[in-house]
Design a protein around this ligand. Sequence first.
Ligand code: AMP
Length: 443
Amino acid sequence: MSFSSLGLSAPLLRGIFERNYLEATPIQAAAIPAILRGGDVWASAQTGSGKTAAFALPLLQRLAGAHRERGRFVRALVLVPTRELAAQIGDAFRDYGRYLPEPALKTLVVYGGVSINPQMMALGGGADILVATPGRLLDLIAHNAVSLAAVATLVLDEADRLFALGFADELARILALLPAQRQTLFFSATFPPAVWSFAESLLRDPTRIEMPAAAADTPDIVQRAIEVDAPQRTQLLRNLIEFHAWSRVLVFVATKYATEHVAEKLRRAGIEAVALHGELSQGARTTALADFKASRVRVLVATDVAARGLDIAQLPVVVNYDLPRSPVDYPHRIGRTGRAGESGTAVSFISAETDAHFRLIEKRNRLDVTREQIAGFEPCETAPSLPATTGGVKGKRKSKKDRVREAAGGVATQPASGPVAPAEPVDYFPLTPRIPTQRRTGR
Ligand code: AMP
């Protein structure tokens, strides 16, 4: 559908045409008119669907037509789970709105991990649009730097991720400070029961928008599953990067340690690589991502901090060096490539230890990915048989973090009812297999 038929103003149309957005994506076609009318929206929106513009464009239009009260007030509040996503959404608001008439709308982005003082200063006089992570927003409220009393629109982006990261308490505290009369826009990729009931409690007579389930089988992403013994993965990764001359690769690993370790090994082999994980300083996180986006480094080795929402243009390859713990995260990870109509490749390394878990990922995402072996890297390990004494079932043990998330009401284990998206049962894979593998004889 063309953008011009959606009721957007000429300055906004100019901004998006310059960005080469020729047609509205399905979520944009459905959400923009509903948001312009002022109603609530409940959208099951997948990564890469164009949802940022779906809420940013109509919000900009509504805000441009009305003036901001003096004081520490904010008119539109966008809550997101990660700092990188916050920065990305702030940039999108500024970019889409650049031809709006003066006075320009004030968009601010606030998140933790950096000094609070510049954010407090910037909030002097309030803001039209505030994009925030929940913890830092509460800090700013505690410092009296911002008031939510005049928020006319609340956007919750990646709401399921907000819950999974244990932000439920912070959200409740923020909601208590918002005016009851407001527009609420709720975007979530999945709707486990906790997220479902949260959405129901927040939204009034919402326009429901259901996009197809996460596109794990998108035709634009070639999915490969390569069998390899775990200790050979870094060497195989090097070989693949060099053999295919991949210009840029996002590699997902399971732990902070692994990001540093794999990046270091690649650097020693002459391949520019950086690590990205949640415990780096915010400066280091921003630099790592900016260097990767600008192609100053070839490989970004990341934990799932990079799995959701991040928009890295023209990223040709994603590698699951470690498989995602939950099958729900698989489409999010591979969705970092093949964005906005481009094609991409997603490679998963499968060892004897993780074969059963990959089969579960395939089953949950209705996939059937052909197993490959690469000459020189044929696996020689076999899957362990679990001794009865372990008492556990492979693939079902939950980590401490998962148990904390569940206690926080974050992760669903019961199926949901309702029309938007079936809740995914979450399946777990132990990060550190406890049973040593056995070598086949004869090799
Ligand atoms: P998002 O899901 O908001 O992260 O957007 C995914 C990617 O699609 C981003 O690179 C956007 O710039 C791009 N995009 C969003 N809407 C459109 C559109 N209508 N036409 C082309 N590209 C778009």
